[in-house]
Unconditional design. Structure first.
Length: 114
């Protein structure tokens, strides 16, 4: 199993980013996928979840107006669209299967400057 997150970077507040997670080694189209984030000095938290058919089944309340999760089963990829980024969004973002996580990938760093 391999989970490779990408798309992060250093941006200014108000910018948008689209994170991608390329998955391999399992039957991607049959599993629920999630995005998580870990801010500096904090634990990893679940922020969004999408089922195998592409329906969003969870989105953390604080981000419902700004984040969108989606997937492309033909590309074995799950996405996280993040708009109107704020400094508090600074974190390492990870994807994984839900609820039984695989080993974690390296994540992608998102840094939002004010």
């Amino acid at each position: 199993v391999q989970l490779v997150e990408s798309g992060g970077g250093l941006v200014q507040a108000g910018a948008s980013l689209r994170l991608s997670c390329a998955a391999s080694g399992f039957t991607f189209s049959t599993v629920t996928m999630s995005w998580y984030r870990q801010a500096p000095g904090k634990g990893r938290e679940l922020i969004a979840r999408v089922n195998s058919g592409g329906a969003t089944t969870y989105l953390i309340d604080s981000e419902k107006a700004r984040f969108t999760i989606s997937r492309d089963n033909a590309k074995n990829t799950v996405y996280l669209q993040m708009n109107s980024l704020k400094p508090d969004d600074t974190a390492v973002y990870y994807c994984n299967r839900w609820p039984r996580n695989f080993l974690w990938g390296q994540g992608t760093q998102v840094t939002v400057s004010s």
